[in-house]
Design a protein around this ligand. Structure first.
Ligand code: OMP
Length: 481
């Protein structure tokens, strides 16, 4: 569905704010005294009037249906924004002094108002919500009623909850998640910084009326495979993590060959180096059930799981038939299948209806490796949510980076070669150390890098070493940090 003009304007504004250095990544100390890898300094916008006008308009559109007598900008950054809103929409403004003048009227609140008047607070950024709350308390001391506030950026660190606990509904134009989305998709953020900020937000929430809890839970990347196996409620993901640890491999072979003889030879040669074999049985020119019987025997011989990369993407009733019946009868031999989330939860319910009784499992395609693909941003997040709602059957994702902090979810990344690059049809390649080391994924999926090699068994071994070393290195780094 096409993005709304509001969404487009928000994307453009986030990008512009980054360009004018209003969004910075590094190591900063917030007003609350805690460290943060990201800092949003909207003060710079006074040098860019076009930005100030756009910010004030987007804020106004968020509150245009609310009822209030006046608006009050939280000193100081929000003052020019509130001024523009007041002038553009002919709404009275109040100014809260941070300290009384000590002479003359000695007032804390400047402007004309009556007891009981309602006031909308305007702020640029909300982390804990304390600044908005202080302003509301100051207005309340003059019997001005505050029930709503509007902010440009909600840093998602507990401010909404803290204000709600004090009877104030917070409207926001965009969240830190939106900022990360827009900037990472625009290539303005390194993937490891995206992960760092995401983890920071998730582990640094201000608790209402308490100091910030900066408890840093062990993240996926420093738990050993065996520790994560112990956290899995699904037997297959438990089994996969165990195989990974025992065989010291996070390599998935993508056996995309078109003859069953070649398939079985390739799998037998590379079997010792892989934890999973991924098939596209519909490209086999001579498929018959004997092929899958032989494949199943090899899986037992080399201790790997079988993943049919069917990419289901239809309504539940149809995928029930595609998964259980037809020429391939996939549910009878494939441990794992994958599906697109685009049809909605029905696709998972249909697959689960057939697969769960057989002890099967499913991966959801949350991101893709092909250039220009549309599995990004909120689609990816919605796919993660769908997985969380079906954890008994969905064991993880096809993705290009870590997208969930749930240690029981498996992240599998295709488009892997020993050197970064691309093919002639849009496939983009990353290295094992980038995928496992920097992006925090769990498994690498390799096709042509192995089956087109002179010596596929040796190639598989190289990928196994590269992928597992990246995992060990990432664990070691995380332990040190
Ligand atoms: O679901 C997949 O496995 C998949 C998703 C994706 O985004 N990109 C992607 O390449 N794949 C599959 O991963 C394999 C990659 O093959 P190579 O490019 O030859 O390594 C192919 O079987 C693709 O169908």
């Amino acid at each position: 569905m096409a993005a709304s003009s509001m969404e487009n304007r928000v994307v453009a504004l986030i990008s512009r704010l980054h360009d004018v250095q209003a969004v910075k990544f590094g190591d900063f100390t917030l007003k609350s005294g805690i460290q943060s890898p990201v800092y949003f300094d909207l003060r710079v916008m006074i040098s860019y009037p076009d930005v100030m006008v756009e910010v004030s308009q987007l804020l106004w559109e968020k509150i245009s249906t609310s009822n209030f007598k006046s608006i009050c900008g939280v000193p100081y950054t929000a003052l020019p924004i509130a001024t523009l809103m007041s002038a553009a929409h002919n709404v009275p403004m109040l100014i809260r002094r941070k300290e009384a003048k000590g002479y003359g009227t000695n007032k804390l609140i400047e402007g004309t108002f009556s007891k009981g008047d309602s006031c909308m607070i305007v702020e640029d950024v909300v982390s804990s919500g304390s600044s908005v709350l202080e302003t509301a308390q100051s207005l309340g001391a003059s019997d001005i009623v505050v029930t709503e506030a509007v902010v440009l950026l909600n840093r998602e660190q507990g401010g909404v909850e803290k204000l709600e606990a004090n009877g104030i509904k917070l409207h926001s134009v965009f969240t830190m998640t939106d900022v990360l989305d827009v900037l990472s998709r625009a290539g303005k953020m390194e993937p490891d910084m995206v992960i760092k900020v995401t983890e920071y937000i998730a582990t640094n929430k201000f608790q209402p009326n308490k100091e910030i809890l900066s408890v840093k839970p062990k993240s996926n990347n420093i738990l050993k495979y065996s520790e994560r196996a112990a956290l899995c409620s699904n037997g297959l993901s438990r089994r996969l993590f165990t195989i990974m640890e025992q065989k010291k491999t996070n390599l998935v072979l993508s056996a995309d060959v078109t003859s069953s003889k070649e398939l079985l030879q390739l799998v037998d040669k590379t079997g010792p180096h892989v934890c999973m074999v991924k098939t596209h049985v519909d490209i086999l020119e001579d498929f018959n059930q004997d092929v899958v019987d032989s494949l199943t025997k090899l899986a037992a011989k080399h201790d790997f799981l079988i993943f049919e990369d069917r990419k289901f993407a239809d309504i539940g009733n149809t995928v029930v038939h595609q998964y259980s019946g037809g020429l391939y009868r996939i549910s009878e031999w494939a441990d794992v299948v994958n599906a697109h989330a685009i049809p909605g939860p029905g696709v998972v319910q249909g697959l689960k209806k057939v697969g769960a009784p057989k002890g099967r499992a499913c991966l959801l395609i949350a991101e893709m490796s092909s250039s220009g693909n549309l599995a990004t941003g909120s689609y990816t997040q919605d796919t993660v949510k769908m997985a969380e709602e079906n954890k008994d059957f969905v064991i993880g994702f096809i993705c290009v980076s870590k997208i969930s902090s749930n240690p029981s979810f498996l992240h599998m990344t295709p488009g892997v070669q020993l050197e970064a690059g691309q093919d002639s049809l849009g496939q983009q390649y990353l290295t094992p150390s980038e995928v496992i080391g920097k992006r925090g994924s769990d498994l690498i999926i390799v096709g042509r890098g192995i089956y087109q090699a002179q010596d596929p068994a040796n190639a598989a071994k190289q990928f196994q070493i590269a992928g597992y070393d990246a995992y060990v290195t990432r664990m070691a780094e995380a332990m040190i940090l």
